[in-house]
Design a protein around this ligand. Structure first.
Ligand code: ADP
Ligand code: MG
Length: 545
C-alpha cells in the first residue's frame, strides 16, 4: 500500500530552493549524505552497546557508494541505525530545526547572493540531494525492527511511502542524477573520479570506512583515510581538514572562526578538538538551544549536545571531547556528577576564555566577529559563572562615551581613567542614543569621566552580579548617590521645596533630593542600588511579572 504525503510548508519552500539550486557548490550534497550515514553508524554502535538484546549486525559497519553510469544514479548506503516509517515522516518530511521560520522569512527578502549565505548558515542536510537529483529514493529499516520503508520524491510538494518486506539494515539513498551535470565531467556524479575527489575533500576524516563499489561483482575500494582528527598531532592536520570536520560536527556550512585543542594526561586522559563558530547559531537565544560538544569514549561516539561538558553561556562552542575512562553506558544525569567530566569542563571553559582573550589581544578583526555574533551569550557567564567572572569581564568589550563607534575593554577604560575617578561607570538602556541623551550622564561628561553604554538585554542582568573589575568598583550612574566629589558645592535653602515635592510625589518616588550630577537638565530619576533598572522593569512587566 503506497501513500502520498505532503511536505510541511517550510520543507516545501526549502526544497524549492534546492531544486532551483541557489547554492553554487553542489558537491556538498555528498558530504551531507555521508555525514548522515556516519551519524547513523555512531548511533547504531552506541545502541548495540547499550542494549545487548538489540538484534543488529555490527560486524562490518560502513558507508558504501554505488554508481550506475547508464541509469545515471548514485546510491549512498549505510548499515546504521535506520529510521521507522514515522521517523521518516518526522525527520525527512518536516524541518524541526528551530529558527527555520525566521530563516525563511529572511530568505524571502534576500537577494540571490545573500540567500546563499543564509542557506550556508542554516545547512540543509538531506535536502541538498535535490541540487543534483531530480528524483530521490530512500529505503530504510530501523535497527531491531522487521519491516522497512521505501520513500520517494521529486521534491515537488509531496513524497510517497511504501512498506518494504526485506529491507537491509540501515538506509540507502538513491539519487537519479540531473542530466545537465553529465556534461560537466568534474561534476558528473556517476563517475568514480568525481566521488573520489569529493570524499577526499570533504569526508576524509570520517572514522567509518567509506567504500566505492567498483565492479559488477561488488568489488570495493576504500576512499577515505579514516583518521580521527582530534587524535592526530596538530602539525599533521590541515586547515581544510579542520574546516570539514567542523562542518560535520556542527552541521554548519561555514568556516569556523577559531580552532582549539585540549588534552589531558595522567589521572584523567582526554583529548578535545573544539571550535568557535564564525556566526551565531540560529537557535542561540531559543529555549531549546543545544550545546554543540559531542562526547566520545576512546573513539566511540557516546552523545551529542553534552551539556555536562559545557556551561550554557558557551553553548555556541562546537566540537568533540574524547575521554578515556568512562563507561559507554553513562547517562546524562551521571555525567553531571562525574569527576572526570567536571575536570574536563573546567579545562574546556578555561581554554575558551583564554582563546577569546588571545583573539582580543592579537586578532582584533576575529575578535570583533566573535563579539558581534556571540558576545551577548558570552556575557551571560558574568552572572552564571562567578568563578570565571573576572576572566569573562576581561575578555568582554563594551561601547562607551570614549568613542562614537567601536568598543572598549575594561583594561583600556581603566588606563584612561583621570585622577579622581574611582569607579568604572556604566548606564544601561535600550539604545545608545537614548542612553547618551539621558540626563544622568551630563555631570560625568562634564567631569571627563567615561561611561559604558550598555544596550543588550543581558546587560541589565549581569551588572547586578558584578561589583568590580580588577580591584576597581563598577557603578551604575542611574543608581544611588554616585559620588562625584561635589558635595561641598551643594546649594542651601532648598529644604522647603524638597519637602513639598516629596509630599506631592509620594506615590511615585521614594525620596526627592538635591543632586550634583545634573548640569543642564532640571531633574532626573535615579534608582536605589539593588532596585531593578527601568529596562529590566519593562522586561519583567512585558513578561507579566
Ligand atoms: P541534520 O543531519 O542536520 O539533522 P539532515 O537533513 O541531514 O539534518 O537529516 C535530518 C535527520 O534525518 C537526521 O537528523 C537523522 O535523524 C535523519 N537521517 C538522515 N539521514 C539518515 C540516515 N542515513 N540514517 C538514519 N537517519 C537519517
Ligand atoms: Mg545531516
Amino acid at each position: 500500500m503506497s501513500e502520498t504525503i505532503e511536505f510541511q510548508a517550510e520543507a516545501r519552500q526549502l526544497l524549492q530552493l534546492m531544486i532551483h539550486s541557489i547554492y553554487s557548490d553542489k558537491d556538498v550534497f555528498l558530504r551531507e549524505l555521508i555525514s548522515n550515514g556516519s551519524d547513523a553508524l555512531d548511533k547504531l554502535r552506541l545502541a548495540s552497546y547499550q542494549d545487548k538484546d538489540l538484534e543488529v549486525d555490527t560486524s562490518d559497519l560502513r558507508i558504501e557508494l554505488e554508481q550506475d553510469a547508464e541509469a545515471r544514479t548514485l546510491t549512498v548506503r549505510d548499515n546504521g541505525i535506520g529510521m521507522t516509517r514515522d521517523e521518516v515522516v518526522e525527520l525527512i518530511g518536516t524541518i524541526a530545526k528551530s529558527g527555520t521560520a525566521e530563516m525563511l522569512a529572511q530568505l524571502r527578502e534576500a537577494q540571490d547572493g545573500n540567500a546563499e549565505d543564509l542557506i550556508g548558515q542554516f545547512g540543509i542536510g538531506f535536502y541538498s540531494s535535490f541540487m543534483v537529483a531530480d528524483r530521490v529514493e530512500m529505503v530504510t529499516r530501523k535497527a531491531g525492527t522487521g519491516e522497512g520503508v521505501h520513500w520517494e520524491s521529486t521534491g515537488e510538494g509531496t513524497y510517497t511511502l511504501e512498506p518494504v518486506e526485506d529491507a537491509p539494515q540501515g538506509t540507502a539513498i538513491t539519487l537519479h542524477l540531473k542530466p545537465e551535470d553529465a556534461e560537466d565531467s568534474l561534476h558528473d556524479y556517476a563517475k568514480p573520479e568525481t566521488v573520489r575527489r569529493i570524499v577526499k575533500r570533504y569526508s576524509d576524516f570520517i572514522t567509518w570506512p567509506i567504500r566505492l563499489i567498483t565492479g559488477e561483482d561488488g568489488d570495493t575500494e576504500p576512499i577515505n583515510s579514516r583518521k580521527a582528527l582530534w587524535a592526530r598531532p596538530k602539525a599533521e592536520v590541515t586547515d581544510e581538514e579542520l574546516t570539514e570536520f567542523y562542518r560535520h560536527v556542527s552541521h554548519d556550512w561555514q568556516e569556523p572562526l577559531e580552532t582549539m585543542r585540549l588534552s589531558g594526561e595522567g589521572t584523567f586522559e582526554y583529548q578535545g578538538l573544539l571550535f568557535l563558530p564564525s556566526h551565531a547559531p540560529m537557535d542561540l537565544f531559543m529555549r531549546e538551544a543545544r550545546r554543540g560538544v559531542q562526547l566520545y569514549v576512546k573513539r566511540v561516539f557516546v552523545m551529542d549536545d553534552c551539556e555536562a561538558l559545557v556551561p550554557e553561556y558557551l553553548r555556541f562552542v562546537k566540537g568533540v571531547v574524547d575521554a578515556a575512562d568512562l563507561s559507554l553506558n553513562v547517562s546524562r544525569e551521571i555525567l553531571q556528577q562525574d569527576r572526570q567530566i567536571q575536570a574536563i569542563r573546567k579545562r574546556l571553559v578555561r581554554k575558551v576564555l583564554q582563546t577569546v582573550a588571545a583573539l582580543q589581544e592579537n586578532e582584533p578583526e576575529k575578535y570583533a566577529t566573535f563579539w558581534t555574533e556571540l558576545g551577548r551569550a558570552f556575557k551571560e557567564g558574568l552572572l552564571t559563572d562567578p568563578d570565571n567572572q573576572q576572566a569573562i569581564l576581561a575578555a568582554s568589550s563594551f561601547p562607551s562615551t570614549h568613542s562614537p563607534d567601536g568598543t572598549t575593554t575594561l583594561k583600556a577604560y581603566k588606563e584612561r581613567m583621570p585622577e579622581g575617578q574611582e569607579s568604572i561607570y556604566y548606564l544601561t538602556g535600550a539604545t545608545r542614543a537614548s542612553i547618551e541623551n539621558s540626563p544622568h550622564i551630563e555631570a560625568f561628561r562634564a567631569k571627563g569621566f567615561e561611561v559604558l553604554l550598555l544596550t543588550d538585554q543581558v546587560d541589565e542582568v549581569w551588572t547586578d552580579a558584578v561589583s568590580e573589575f580588577d580591584g576597581t568598583p563598577m557603578a551604575s550612574i542611574a543608581k544611588g548617590d554616585v559620588d562625584l566629589g561635589g558635595e561641598e558645592d551643594k546649594p542651601e535653602g532648598f529644604d522647603d521645596l524638597l519637602t513639598w515635592m516629596g509630599t506631592e510625589l509620594a506615590d511615585d518616588v521614594k525620596e526627592v533630593r538635591l543632586s550634583t550630577r545634573l548640569t543642564s537638565s532640571p531633574a532626573c530619576l535615579v534608582g536605589d542600588p539593588g532596585d531593578l533598572s527601568p529596562t529590566l522593569e519593562k522586561m519583567y512587566r512585558a513578561m507579566g511579572q
